[in-house]
Design a protein around this ligand. Structure first.
Ligand SMILES: *Cc1c(COP(=O)(O)O)cnc(C)c1O
Length: 421
């Protein structure tokens, strides 16, 4: 459920008409619903309530500081994958003890920043990383809390670009070598083992891969404890999928996911961490865009819109589907027709949907891409020298611009011409 619904014939974000945001901020623009973000966070928090737990928002899905503050103030932790994300989380007021640091290529400088600023744990992904982290921690006179990310070799049955838990993926260490790697970690005085980490992929629409992975984590926990390690935390990653179409998809609910965690791992008495991104932010955002031209081709009708692949790259990059709906509710009896919905960028990849059935929208009319809150704005760019897409946060009947659209001068003045030209 989200808070983008028609009321009196037009699409609202909570109690704000999208038309009003388009008039005041312009298009294209991302719009997020605070109530939806909080509700999704709360679903996970409630689902894990029988166990000690922390829900760490995977902020790579949506990293605006205002959104982080909203979730952080509600008690969320953050899963960060870079120094920039770490700094954003801190800027949003999230304390270090609620931040976990993931990622396969953490640099010394990133480790130093997190160790001096405060960190809950590093999810270490390789032996070389472990050795470097130990060195950095000792040079600062501190001890780095760690989990080791294990790769359980399960098929997440999702898009190849977002599958991370098979043995050919670049993530984590093979679970078969875990005991050896934990033994090596235990010998490093700059590290303190606190648990195990696993994350098998994104947009998972079944529980079975989670069950397979978590069952392996349970066995590993017992084995590592028998080896003398203190395993008190299990970080189970993110990845629960969302419905991208209203009609026929029904991915598992956070309650079912929570029950699975309880059932596979509850008996171990560990603190549970999860790192959901998409399920918290995805359906909490829309991309609002305006139709520039209706163009009729040979046997094809195009809707050319002012949003483009630089604003929302998911269709081009992952063949992703987004429901696209008119902001003015179509009158009853209006027949949908097939359109190719495309942006103005000079490549065919700049296509959001082919032969999509839509009610007609006149030139100048507004449309909304649903489920665009996750991996939308964070992946935007200025390709074709289009201005970086702005972001707006709605709460009840208020809204605020949380990332303004830059001016052309601001964009151009970032380039520096060398003195010899
Ligand atoms: C991407 C990622 C997540 C979040 O995945 P979602 O599918 O957005 O829930 C969590 N943890 C790690 C380590 C990730 O790389």
């Amino acid at each position: 459920m989200d808070h983008f619904l028609y009321r009196n014939g037009e699409l609202m974000a909570e109690d704000v008409p999208l038309r009003q945001i388009a008039d005041e901020v312009g298009t294209p623009v991302y719009i997020y619903s605070s109530a939806t973000l909080l509700r999704h966070f709360q679903l996970f928090d409630d689902a894990l309530s029988p166990m000690p737990h922390l829900v760490c928002f995977a902020m790579k899905s949506l990293s605006n500081v205002a959104v982080l503050k909203l979730l952080g103030d509600a008690g969320a932790g953050m899963d960060v994958v870079s120094e920039g994300e770490y700094r954003r989380a801190r800027a949003a007021g999230v304390p270090g003890e609620r931040i976990v640091f993931s990622g396969v290529g953490k640099t010394r400088s990133e480790m130093r920043t997190a160790l001096t600023g405060g960190i809950r744990q590093f999810n270490v992904e390789s032996e070389p990383e472990m050795v470097v982290l130990d060195e950095v921690a000792r040079s600062l006179g501190v001890v780095a809390p760690i989990t080791v990310r294990v790769n359980p070799d399960v098929d997440a049955k999702t898009h190849a670009k977002i599958s991370t838990g098979k043995k050919e993926d670049k993530f984590g260490i093979p679970i078969s070598r875990a005991r050896e790697v934990y033994a090596a970690a235990a010998k490093l005085s700059g590290l303190k083992i606190v648990g195990i980490d696993v994350h098998i992929g994104s947009q998972l629409t079944e529980l079975a891969p989670f069950e397979a992975a978590y069952t392996k984590v349970a066995e590993l926990t017992e084995a590592l404890r028998a080896d003398g390690h203190e395993i008190t935390r299990l970080d189970l990653g993110g990845g629960l999928g969302i419905p991208y179409t209203r009609s026929n998809e029904a991915p598992p609910l956070p309650t079912e996911y929570g029950a699975l965690i309880q059932q596979t791992l509850g008996h171990l008495g560990c603190e549970i961490e999860i790192e959901p991104g998409r399920l918290i932010s995805g359906n909490a955002g829309v991309l609002l865009s305006r139709v520039i031209y209706n163009k009729s081709g040979e046997g094809r009708d195009f809707l050319i819109i002012d949003g483009a692949m630089n604003d929302l790259i998911r269709p081009a990059m992952y063949d992703a589907h987004h429901d696209i709906i008119p902001v003015i509710e179509p009158a009853p009896g209006i027949e949908p027709r097939p359109y190719d919905i495309v942006g103005p960028i000079c490549e065919s990849g700049d296509t959001f949907a082919k032969q999509r059935n839509m009610p007609p929208v006149a030139d100048g009319g507004l449309i909304a891409f649903r489920s665009a809150g996750a991996y939308g704005a964070v992946m935007s760019s200025e390709y074709n020298s289009r201005l970086m897409v702005p972001e707006v946060l709605v709460q009840g009947d208020q809204f605020a611009v949380i990332r303004p659209r830059p001016t052309y001068d601001e964009m151009i003045s970032r380039d520096k011409v060398p003195s010899w030209l």
